[in-house]
Design a protein around this ligand. Structure first.
Ligand code: SF4
Length: 580
């Protein structure tokens, strides 16, 4: 142990007693929280903090003369036992002390009146107290709602069980492997990390991978390959098994502020937008996922600090949508994921494997969009795209994959004009950019830009380095990973939004301005495009692999987390999001 009490990987040597409780509940939960630093608030964790507020308000010193006392929030370390703890309340009488652990809710109706995680957490506190010179034979759990006090005896059996669990946590952290998820456990229903852990999804995908491998071994691979989706995943095999343990969509939405001189302020639990004339809009802080400021919009320091504390990013753009940068609170602590990301990005074979899935997914989704919306699409175009999906899955080199993607884009955009059904004179010849030369390309470019920023924030929140990708090579200022993740979503989100905006006549010719070198959207047109994009992101669709219904915005997060699981060795291949 170093002086700082941390091992050479920066992880504390001493296991917090609360993490021991998490381990007793589920080893994977402990790993995600303690080793990977994942945290997700739930109604229970927020309520728990509220109920604990008077205990957490300040720390009391333990009197050295061992007189009767009550001390709140007592922090102790016990290097020999290998634990540290923060005791909610320590009741003392002479040298004899009793730790009291406060829990929200009611005492469980079990024979012992307690679950094991609470028992070992208290016993670890007892071990820490003993190592610090106190006599401690029992602890108490106090249930705030039912006002029950339940005793835990630190007898040899309980001490032995606690020490065994401490040793198991150390060995789990040493191995550096995230434990597998629980299978079909009701514990997952109550777990605040279910949306990050994705227990049923990971189990289903692992079973599919194992099944695929065994099929290949028995020489049925050819059939699997033709039916299969990129990443070798099929929907029907898992649809019955996967519970949706994550919310179907974000209850939070982005706040876009456009307009020179506007000011974003915080007032109580709300964020407000002001002009010189007064307040023009407001939103509840708890409902804001990110704040996008366009042009000369100001934000006050209290508003910025509050958003940082809530991990709500603030993105700054020029009036024309050029991305300047992002302000956010402390970045994600999952350094383990970033190390894996750098390892994978350095490895051409593994990078190619990921890129194959992403590009094949994109081509497949382009084909589906044509098949659904272009009844006159020539069969040879659809056949060509289908063949290119298979070629992308089998590409042996990155340059070949780039060539396949280029050929697919040419075939897809050759039919894009036929997807536009409006009669306002908009037309599409080919995909052009920097600058776009017609309104349709201007809208596509604008939407790709918005989607890139959305994925930038999403992969950052999951714990990735957004600038390091696997398909898009590193280039100064290029958010390569966000661009990688965007491939499969370009047709589903950006292209679909553009088609809807034109076909629903939400955009008119006077929404665009011709500049010397190209075509730009006027400010009001940008608002319409952003509104159309938001509608698309809120749209709920059935997940083609897991069967449950979620919003596109939530799917971006699910896919990013699946990529993380591939890098961390839980999944063998990245299952791109492919619609039917
Ligand atoms: S969701 Fe289930 S498997 Fe995952 S960490 Fe929570 S309890 Fe463990």
């Amino acid at each position: 142990m170093s002086d700082e009490g941390q091992n050479h990987e920066g992880r504390p040597d001493l296991i917090p007693a609360s993490m021991l409780a998490a381990f007793a509940y589920c080893p994977r939960l402990c790993y995600l929280q303690w080793v990977q630093g994942e945290f997700q608030d739930s109604a229970e964790t927020v309520d728990g903090r509220f109920q604990h507020r008077w205990l957490d308000a300040e720390e009391d010193a333990v009197p050295e003369d061992f007189q009767p006392f009550h001390a709140r929030s007592v922090s102790l370390t016990a290097p020999q036992a290998g634990v540290c703890c923060r005791i909610d309340l320590l009741e003392g009488d002479g040298s004899h002390v009793t730790p009291v652990e406060y829990k929200r809710g009611e005492a469980p109706k079990t024979p012992l009146g307690l679950y094991e995680p609470y028992q070992v957490q208290l016993c670890a506190q007892g071990l820490a107290l003993r190592e610090n010179g106190f006599q401690c034979d029992e602890g108490m759990v106090y249930f705030i709602r039912s006002k029950d006090r339940v005793k835990v005896l630190f007898d040899p059996e309980m001490v032995g069980r606690t020490k065994k669990l401490i040793a198991e946590v150390h060995s789990m952290a040493e191995r550096g492997e995230v434990p597998p998820p629980l299978r079909g456990s009701s514990r997952c229903d109550r777990c605040s990390l279910a949306g990050i852990c994705m227990p049923d999804e990971i189990t289903a995908l692992r079973e599919m991978e194992a099944e695929k491998e065994s099929k290949m071994a028995s020489d049925v691979a050819e059939e699997t390959k033709h039916e299969g989706k990129p990443g070798g995943v099929r929907k029907d095999e898992s649809q019955e098994k996967v519970r949706r343990l994550l919310p179907d969509r974000d209850d939070t939405v982005p706040l876009f502020v456009v307009g020179q001189g506007n000011i974003v302020r915080k007032r109580g639990e709300r964020v407000e937008v002001w002009t010189k004339e007064g307040k023009v809009s407001e939103a509840r802080l708890m409902e804001v996922s990110k704040v996008c400021l366009y042009g000369g919009v100001e934000i006050t320091t209290p508003a910025m600090m509050e958003l940082m504390q809530r991990n709500v990013p603030v993105l700054h753009f020029s009036h024309g949508g050029w991305y300047y940068g992002i302000c956010q609170g402390m970045s994600h602590k999952n350094v383990e994921l970033r190390i894996r990301q750098f390892d994978w990005a350095r490895d051409p074979e593994r990078s190619l494997a990921l890129a194959r899935s992403m590009v094949a997914g994109k081509i497949s989704n382009c084909r589906t969009l044509l098949r659904r919306n272009d009844p006159e699409a020539p069969q040879e175009v659809l056949d060509l795209l289908e063949r290119l999906v298979r070629e992308a899955e089998d590409a042996s080199r990155m340059p070949s994959l780039l060539g396949i993607e280029g050929a697919a884009a040419e075939a897809y955009f050759s039919r894009f004009a036929s997807l536009l059904k409006c009669s306002q004179g908009f037309s599409f010849q080919d995909r052009n950019k920097r600058p776009p030369r017609d309104p349709v390309n201007a809208v596509l470019s604008y939407l790709y830009g918005i989607l890139t920023k959305e994925l930038f924030v999403t992969v950052l929140a999951v714990g990735f380095e957004p600038y390091l990708g696997f398909y898009h090579q590193p280039k100064y200022g290029r958010p390569s990973l966000a661009l990688d993740m965007m491939e499969e979503f370009r047709p589903l989100i950006a292209d679909s939004t553009a088609i809807n905006l034109f076909n629903n006549r939400e955009l008119a010719p006077d929404d665009f301005i011709k500049t010397g070198i190209g075509i730009s959207l006027l400010p009001e047109a940008k608002k319409k495009v952003v509104a159309g994009y938001e509608r698309r992101m809120q749209t709920q669709i059935a997940h083609p692999i897991f069967g449950y219904t979620v919003s596109y915005r939530r799917i971006l997060e699910v896919q990013s987390r699946l990529l993380a699981r591939v890098l961390q060795g839980e999944l063998k291949s990245y299952p791109a999001f492919v619609t039917r």
